[in-house]
Write a protein that binds this ligand. Structure first.
Ligand code: BES
Ligand code: ZN
Length: 614
């Protein structure tokens, strides 16, 4: 049962979508016509129920006969329902039909998945831009559909845009035609995918080829920088293939979006979407690409059946991402990722605790009446991947899950899955080990259903983290910042560190009682942390300064949270600012109000909740 959809796929199932749309940049609306191929699953089925939000429907037809169909629009928990009356002749098991719906989307601020950018919001400043973010339940704001990850369909699309702009989708480009000043781009995705993986971008885009199956796309202003940053993509793809089997989607392109893109990355098939905050200039943040590549198997081939089972997408993907890191770098670095992740897990649990929502902290939370955007956190990523790491350890260490993963993906590809089914297949696959008692100590139900930290913390190799911890310890035992006491520190303490170990150093400091401002000042004089461009470092450094109440950092914080809209960065920083006394609170609220239009609606909605404005 999918609590986030009001559609009825068990009665009548959509199997293919044919979408025709025009992007009207003036009105900031999509004018669309969607064809839905539907297969009736039960006798007497009288209606097709679709999810939508903010859509104005003008007609519904049986595209076979051209006959108009009766429909009604109702309220649903996460938007609206579109109930279409099925003609008598289709009301039996096995019938297939095609329904056509003509509609327009709602303009901002209610535009849901779509963010419409005016030229000044783009790097080139000349042309408008639009991009979508459908996961988890925003596809319904672009087109009426069965907006549940349990429903997988193929799709085709014809997208009409102003002639000087390029349209791209989570699909293969199959054609392009011009008529006057309009270009129509044609797409085809012939692998069945859930609605949350439908994606569209329209903008003045350029590409660079960085591998045999990879183009890096962005506005021309940053395309060369992006191509350089993501040059390792093909080797990541090959590494993933070695672990889980062939990449079946053909092309694997990357798109670097404008700075308001609300996530680090989004695994849209054939075209991963990335935040420009990854462009560190030294390839230090590219594990996000390894992550999105991994979704090509876990998530996009094998899909969580509901958003309660989200860890089957993200936990598995994080596990795979870190295996790629280990193969390309080292096993020690993989362990450091897990140590960093354990800290993130603790933070996420604390955060839910502080807002009285501990019920959202189990690996498989109950989401009845809960918007999956509100439940989103790093818990499914970190608890999920720690669980798999723990099972790997029980089975004998690195590599011991590889055969299983390959077999699991092969068995469940093109399908959707639940944790119970996964566990059943896991125990079947490892029958011999089950009989030997390898899993006797595993508290499955606690891992799955208990709130808070998991019942067992895996043992990680701390050798890289220890270096960071020792340095953090030296700073914390400093009682005052004098020339003498600072003389024991130098730039060389951190110059040899990777971005991950530097992050770990800052994580260590963040988990200690607050540090005196003069000591932070001293640290900045020696290490120049406030000047560093790496955004993961910036996030942690600014949090650390705010925690100590060092108000001089505030202009830099405001700059950071108003020039990019990645939720991972803006949410904790807005919250930290909000908690800096009455002035901090007022500044957080006024800054948000001033920049509200800059953020994607998903981020704006979460920020409004964080700042208690709704
Ligand atoms: N699929 C997610 C992004 C997402 C999750 C969008 C839920 C909407 C709802 C993507 O694969 C992801 O996990 N991105 C991470 C990066 C990753 C390295 C942890 C992010 O955005 O930071
Ligand atoms: Zn992910």
């Amino acid at each position: 049962m999918d609590h986030s959809s009001c559609s009825n796929p068990s009665e009548v199932l959509i199997t293919d979508i044919q979408w025709k749309l025009t992007a009207n940049f003036k009105a900031k609306q999509i004018v669309g016509c969607v064809g839905l191929s539907a297969a009736v699953k039960i006798d007497g089925c009288s209606k097709l129920v679709l999810d939508m939000v903010g859509l104005t429907v003008s007609s519904v037809t049986d595209t076979e006969t051209g006959a108009l169909l009766e429909y009604s629009v109702g309220q649903a928990s996460f938007g609206a329902s579109l109930t279409i009356k099925l003609p008598e002749k289709y009301r039996k098991t096995g019938s297939v039909m095609r329904v056509g719906v003509e509609y327009t989307t709602s303009p901002p601020p209610e535009s849901g998945a779509v963010q419409w950018l005016d030229p000044p919001q783009t790097a080139g400043k000349q042309h408008p831009y639009l991009f979508t973010q459908c996961q988890p339940i925003h596809a319904r704001s672009m087109l009426p559909c069965q907006d549940s990850p349990s429903v997988k369909t193929t799709y085709t699309a014809e997208v009409s845009v102003p002639r000087d702009l390029t349209a791209l989708m989570s699909a293969r480009v199959v054609g392009k035609t011009n008529h006057g000043d309009i270009t129509t781009w044609k797409f085809c995705q012939d692998i069945p995918i859930p609605s949350y993986l439908i994606a569209l971008v329209v903008g003045c885009l350029e590409s660079r080829q960085v591998g045999p199956r990879t183009l890096v796309w962005s506005e021309k202003e940053m395309v060369d920088k992006a191509a350089w940053e993501f040059s390792e993509t093909e080797s990541m793809l090959c590494t993933a293939e070695e672990i889980v089997g062939p990449y079946v989607w053909g092309q694997y392109d990357l798109l670097v979006l404008p700075p308001s893109f609300p996530y680090g990355g989004m695994e849209n098939p054939c075209l991963t979407f990335l935040t420009p905050t990854l462009l560190a200039g030294d390839k230090s943040l590219t594990s996000v690409v390894a992550h999105e590549i991994s979704h090509s198997w876990t998530g996009n081939l094998v899909t969580n059946r509901t958003w309660e089972e989200f860890w089957l997408n993200e936990g598995f993907t994080t596990y795979l991402e870190r295996k790629i890191v280990a193969k390309l770098h080292s096993e020690k670095e993989r362990h450091l990722c897990y140590i960093n992740g354990w800290k993130t897990l603790n933070d996420a649990i604390d955060q839910f605790k502080s807002i009285g929502k501990l019920e959202l902290t189990p690996l498989i939370p109950k989401l009845e009446g809960v918007n999956p955007d509100d439940a989103f956190s790093t818990i499914p990523y970190e608890k999920g991947s720690a669980f798999l790491f723990y099972l790997e350890t029980l089975l004998g260490g690195p590599g011991s899950l590889d055969g299983f993963l390959r077999s699991y993906v092969n068995k469940y590809k093109f399908l959707t899955i639940t944790s119970v089914e996964w566990k059943q297949y896991f125990l079947e696959y490892f029958k011999k080990q089950v009989d030997e008692g390898v899993f006797d100590s595993v508290e499955w139900d606690k891992w799955f259903y208990d709130p808070g930290l998991p019942p067992h913390k895996p043992v990680y190799d701390t050798s890289l983290a220890d270096i960071s911890a020792a340095l953090a310890e030296r700073w914390c035992t400093l009682s005052e910042a004098t020339e003498d006491s600072l003389s024991g520190f130098s730039e060389s303490d951190i110059s040899g560190m990777t971005s991950m170990t530097l992050q770990e150093f800052l994580n260590q400091l963040l988990s200690k009682p607050k540090i005196d401002i003069p000591i932070l000042q001293g640290m900045d004089t020696v290490y120049k942390l406030s000047k560093m461009g790496n955004n993961e470092v910036k996030l942690r450094w600014q949090r650390l300064c705010l925690k100590s109440g060092w108000s001089e950092v505030i202009p830099a914080v405001v700059d950071f949270i108003t020039t990019q809209g990645r939720m991972k960065y803006v949410r904790p920083l807005y919250r930290a600012l909000y908690n800096c006394g009455e002035d901090g609170k007022a500044l957080a609220v006024s800054t948000f109000k001033k920049y509200k239009e800059f953020y994607h609606s998903v981020a704006a909605n979460q920020l409004a909740k964080d700042l208690k404005l709704t």
